[in-house]
Design a protein around this ligand. Structure first.
Ligand SMILES: *Cc1c(COP(=O)(O)O)cnc(C)c1O
Length: 499
């Protein structure tokens, strides 16, 4: 099949969109203003002007069409199924969006006097209350702006606690091999060295290897639970005891909290600190759709080191503490102003509208949906581990052995079929990983359609259609990209064609 050619370069109503600078049509204007009085264009303040300001001239309809078309190129959870493992791409309820747009919340300024924003402080305080309730932890730092930022925040609290005890010689952080890449990166950002722990055949952390690595120089263990293989770390109580026995702290990566929310109080597991990705578990838009937030819960031992600001109940109402208070030793500030307020509103609206029964139902359904995918596809793909999974189903590329098709080819073929691919080549503990996370918000119909397509593709690969797979995607505006070149030498600036 050859690529369909068009005279225009457009593909049906998918318009080949140029950069806005390339659309420049000198003299076009989107608004009519009276001709300004002549003025000296040679200087701008003290700086001599070297040429025309490099902004494009466009008419209003050109601007509207440009941005409308760009918005249509964005694939998101509102466009279709998005089984991107580890990312929890679930529906963002419109109720939460509506609440976040209420003028009394949307039109605030972060520097308003505190007495004029008591309702906003109450939003932050109520959300903090529910996050503590859901985890059983006594404190939460609200301001980290994402999961990775929360990891860093939790590790900074751990570092401060060790320093306070005169144990700043603890410089090593243990991180399982299956961890998300942000874990070792956050540890390194805190000045720690990273020591990997191998996984067992069953996809869980090797507890014996972990214990062997504990020592007086270990600051913390960072463990994800449920882990990135979609499996619950069943030895977690024993792991926590061993970590504490060695004088270290236990960081839990809580990105997969969606699988256990309403069912497990993480305080019961011996965890000292954990971030919660509000944009995953509590359904606020993320990816191309908006910013995230990574509030980080803290045990009593770490709570004094929580960064500012935080909300307290004062004599005259709620107060945002920005400086030092008696008993508190904040390690600093991690974010301008008060964190991602718009995300807080959505997450609180989600929690309140779901209720405790709804949250439990959501985590159960997330696990049920993932197991439905696993059970339906395990004979066509190769499931990496025996037994049921939690919120995501992990496959590897053994089913593609000798077909000439790779995980990447398989993913590209899924795009032609109208599916955003699953997560590929992560976690690293299995070969050619395909990690699928359906989330609870997808219907059985959606999953059945997806399963039929994936089965069809697997059968096609095994039937010797490698050529077809290598040529995919065929139907997208762009075919295969040189991703290595794009990552190594990204072209980030448009330059006018030389005259
Ligand atoms: C998403 C994720 C993170 C990072 O969260 P961000 O909000 O993207 O920074 C960390 N660990 C795991 C397991 C994740 O899935």
């Amino acid at each position: 099949m050859s690529e369909p050619m068009t005279i225009s370069g457009n593909r049906a109503l998918l318009i080949e969109e140029k950069l806005i600078f390339e659309l420049d049509n000198p003299g076009s204007v989107a608004i009519d203003l009276p001709e300004p009085a002549p003025f000296d264009l040679e200087r701008l303040g003290d700086a001599p002007r070297r040429g025309r300001v490099a902004l494009p001239d466009l008419s209003e309809p050109q601007v509207v069409r440009h941005y409308t078309r760009l918005s249509q190129k964005n694939y998101g959870i509102d466009s279709g199924f998005y089984p991107l493992g580890s990312c929890t791409m679930k529906h963002n309820p419109r109720l939460s969006e509506k609440v976040a747009r209420l003028p009394g919340l949307a039109d605030l300024h972060p520097l308003q006097p505190q007495k004029t924003v008591q309702g906003a402080l109450e939003v932050i305080d109520s959300l903090a209350h529910w996050l503590k309730e859901l985890t059983g932890m006594p404190a939460v730092a609200m301001s980290p702006a994402a999961g990775a930022h929360g990891e860093w925040c939790g590790l900074m609290a751990i570092r401060s606690a060790h320093e306070d005890k005169g144990e700043s010689h603890r410089r090593r952080v243990l991180v399982p091999e299956s961890a998300h890449g942000t874990n070792p990166a956050s540890a390194a950002m805190c000045g720690y060295s990273v020591d990997p722990i191998p996984a067992l055949e069953n996809g869980r952390v090797d507890v014996a290897a972990l214990k062997a690595k504990l020592g007086p120089d270990v600051a913390a263990l960072m463990l994800t639970n449920p882990n990135t293989c979609g499996l619950f770390e069943t030895e977690i109580i024993e792991i926590a005891a061993a970590v504490h026995g060695a004088g270290a702290y236990f960081y839990c990566d809580g990105a997969n909290f969606n699988a256990i929310v309403g069912r497990v109080k993480i305080a019961d597991l011996g965890i000292d600190t954990m971030h919660i990705n509000l944009h995953k578990t509590f359904a606020t838009p993320h990816g191309g759709g908006g910013p995230g937030a990574g509030p980080t819960v803290l045990s009593a031992a770490l709570a004094p080191y929580a960064p500012v600001p935080y909300v307290v109940h004062g004599a005259g109402g709620l107060e945002m503490v920005e400086g030092k208070r008696a008993g508190a030793k904040p390690f600093g500030r991690v974010k301008g102003f008060h964190g991602q307020f718009g995300v807080f509103i959505r997450a609180l609206a989600y929690i309140m509208s779901m209720g405790s029964d709804g949250l439990r139902q959501a985590s159960s359904d997330a696990v049920l949906n993932a197991n439905y995918l696993l059970a339906s596809l395990k004979d066509d793909l190769s499931a990496s581990f025996d037994g049921p999974c939690m919120h995501e189903a992990l496959f590897d590329d053994r089913f593609l052995k000798d077909t000439g098709v790779t995980t990447l080819d398989f993913a590209k073929a899924m795009i032609d079929e109208g599916y955003h691919p699953m997560t590929m080549y992560f976690p690293l503990v299995v070969h050619g990983a395909l990690l699928m996370e359906p989330t609870e918000t997808e219907s059985k119909d959606t999953l059945d359609q997806f399963i039929a397509v994936v089965r069809g593709l697997a059968a096609k690969a095994k039937a010797g259609a490698a050529e077809d797979f290598k040529a995919a995607p065929r139907l997208t505006p762009r075919r295969r990209l040189d991703e290595t070149l794009a990552a190594r030498s990204p072209v980030l600036r448009w330059k006018p064609a030389a005259e």
